[in-house]
Design a protein around this ligand. Sequence first.
Ligand code: 4BW
Ligand code: 4BW
Length: 145
Amino acid sequence: MISLSGKEFLETNIKEFIIPSEKVAHVQAGNSLEHALLLLTKSGYSAIPVLDPKYRFQGLISSSLITDAVLGLERFEFEKLETMRVEEVMTKDFPTISIHADFKKAIELLIDHPFLCVVSDEDYFEGIMTRRVMLKQLRKNIYHS
Ligand code: 4BW
Ligand code: 4BW
């Protein structure tokens, strides 16, 4: 087994390690909150990317953002799930990372975020880089060096 030095490891390109867009659960900004909550519940993920029809990254939606949005003074106003749109509730405070970025950049961002949305030069969504994948690569590198 060939092991990489720390420097080489940190300079590894993330491209080959991302979960490609077709395998990533996502919603569109114009979808209803009901649709998003269904997808989040069925997929089991706590947060998923929001894309526009051209597959450009718009933001992030999570179960907790949705339940918070429909929380009234005394009860959850679940009827709002049908009328409210994802774009009203999603957070845009989430970093993207270039497909050309290296592990060093990804590790820094993955400290604060469970996954990163990876974008092309033209800003199209290419997939996600997750903490799980990064930790597995780190483990492989530590044990074989
Ligand atoms: O369905 C799952 N399959 C597997 N193999 N692991 C899962 C699954 N759901 C959750 N997990 C595990 C992973 O280790 O729980 C961690 C936290 O899940 P999360 O955040 O809170 O839903 C998972 O860690 P991870 O693989 O490093 O993924 C980090 C985050 O990336 C997930 C979720 O928000 C997002 N994510 C991962 N794969 C995704 C996805 N979002 C949409 N589509 C995907 N395919
Ligand atoms: O309030 C937050 N502040 C910060 N800085 N990051 C947050 C916050 N809320 C969520 N995050 C981020 C963290 O990167 O989202 C990740 C997933 O959160 P989670 O799972 O789905 O609520 C956070 O990743 P983490 O810090 O590695 O934490 C992983 C999981 O451990 C969390 C939650 O289930 C649990 N956890 C962490 N800190 C906790 C906690 N549970 C209760 N109290 C805490 N202080």
